[in-house]
Design a protein. Structure first.
Lengths: 102, 102
DNA sequence: CGTGTAAGGAATTCTGACACG
DNA sequence: CGTGTAAGGAATTCTGACACG
């Protein structure tokens, strides 16, 4: 895991980086669009990947998209990623089996 | 400037990432080994580059090196970087001048 | 010199709610 | 639905100091 995925940024830094209000950021989390981690005391910790995602979200909101739609899209993308990995694994298996027949 | 140089991490995250105590991190700043930025309210904001530097510093301290020596080394490296840039600029200038003679 | 710790205060963040629409 | 705001409290961070060595 690279720096980009480390959950280490406080919400204040995220707000500055994205230009979004604290309220908006918390709301997008509430709607399940982002999933920051929590410190022992309960403060949110974000990654730079979250920051990028938030900027995407902000654009989609500006375009009139609703949070549940945005979430649906993310779910689909996640599913695609999973499918991709599955396909690669299957290909790997087939490839290995094919080699054994030689 | 990439993500690595953004001054956005609170000291707590830096402490977790490096394994160093808050006290140590603040002390290394006091000795001029790192230069975090400050928020409006005065809280320190570090970059991932600072985190990497702190891990180097920790190793050098472990090796018995003193903070002022570490600082001296960093100063030298900085000077080297500057020299490098200067050389490149001079070469660029000469190159441009040379082309004009053709 | 480098680091731990207790102390008091200030900045940051948290949640739940009311408001508007 | 998405967002602002005031409210009270908790977590985080800050500084200066004393301690040890």
């Amino acid at each position: 895991m690279s720096y980009k995925d480390k959950k280490v940024l406080p919400i204040g830094s995220v707000s500055e980086l994205t230009g979004l209000s604290l309220r908006k950021i918390r709301y997008y989390e509430e709607r399940g669009l982002i999933l920051p981690e929590r410190s022992g005391g309960g403060t949110r910790k974000f990654s730079f990947t979250d920051v990028e995602k938030l900027m995407d979200i902000a654009n989609q909101i500006e375009d009139g998209m609703q949070t549940f739609e945005i979430k649906k899209i993310y779910k689909k993308e996640k599913q695609k990623d999973k499918d991709k990995i599955r396909d690669e694994m299957i290909r790997g298996q087939l490839n290995a089996a094919f080699k054994m027949t030689k």
